[in-house]
Design a protein around this ligand. Structure first.
Ligand code: IPD
Length: 276
């Protein structure tokens, strides 16, 4: 059956409002957490509660839709094959480290993929009430107002975001540090704010000019990808090829020229295992 994307968008916006209210309230105090893979990969009760709220709400309306969720897949521990079925890709709290510290910079990130094409995305920071939305072919919006990337082409004038990531694996950290050094030397500025989805949204807003990261997951970047592209930006693989949502690698930029310049500059890393 055809997917009613208008209804999908409406339903997910309402659920995100409810979920956002929970996150914003809990963010007033520091949160208890447990470690997942290592001591800096965190999950809280709120991550699980919000994921359930979103998944149950969607299932009620669209019983045959599928899910790839951060806590859902870690619970099952199984890789997720992306099929042609309508699939919601959900990070209930992106920026969990910030959330446990009550640093008000985390978000809900939700994308809907149909026939392996992302149709819509929402990134919502309920603490600061920043809502980024996009639907395929309809542009990107910040709190309902259309947004555009900066169009910056020159790395020397670009504000770049990236992350330390959620592992202290020495090989990975070596690459992270090497790339921070390169960017600090070549870019206009470098920021590490703690949420992959918000990093990408800042590129869409034209507030940052590019974001790259090795080690992200599909749920961190699915919504951000469509929001950046609908704002006129580009999302590619950090080595310069086509973006692969399950590869755990991303590079978003305000222009093709900037994306390719960053791709040439970066020391490459291929996180294992992939998401699928
Ligand atoms: C993480 C955050 C972090 C980024 C990681 C993500 P989570 O998501 O976005 O900034 O470095 O790659 O996995 O675990 O907070 O949902």
């Amino acid at each position: 059956a055809a997917v009613d994307l208008d209804k999908c968008f409406e339903v997910v916006n309402e659920l995100v409002n409810k979920a956002g209210a929970i996150i914003a309230r809990r963010n007033e105090t520091r949160q208890e957490f447990v470690c997942k893979q290592g001591d800096i990969d965190l999950v809280t009760e709120t991550d699980k509660e919000v994921e359930n709220l979103l998944m149950n709400g969607i299932k009620e309306q669209f019983p045959d839709h599928k899910f790839i969720g951060e806590e859902e897949s870690s619970a099952e521990g199984a890789p997720k094959k992306l099929t042609d079925a309508p699939t919601w890709i959900i990070d209930p709290v992106d920026g969990t480290m910030n959330f446990v510290h009550a640093f008000p910079h985390s978000c809900i990130s939700v994308g809907l993929v149909v026939n392996k094409v992302t149709e819509l995305g929402i990134v919502y920071n309920p603490m600061l009430q920043q809502r980024f939305t996009a639907r395929r072919g309809q542009g990107a919006f910040y709190n309902g107002k259309p947004i555009k990337v900066s169009g910056q082409k020159d790395l020397a004038k670009a504000l770049i975001t990236s992350e330390f990531g959620t592992t202290r694996d020495p090989e990975k950290m070596k690459v992270v540090n090497e790339n921070f050094q390169k960017m600090a030397a070549k870019a206009h500025g470098l920021r590490v704010l703690g949420s992959a989805a918000l990093n990408m949204s800042m590129v869409a807003l034209g507030a940052a000019d590019a974001n790259y990261e090795f080690g992200i997951h599909a749920w961190d970047v699915c919504a951000g990808d469509i929001i950046v592209r609908e704002a006129g930006g580009v999302v590619i693989d950090p080595a310069g090829g086509e973006f692969d949502m399950m590869s755990r690698r991303v590079l978003a930029a305000s222009s093709t020229e900037l994306a390719q310049e960053i791709a040439k500059t970066l020391t490459q890393f291929y996180p294992q295992p992939r998401d699928d």
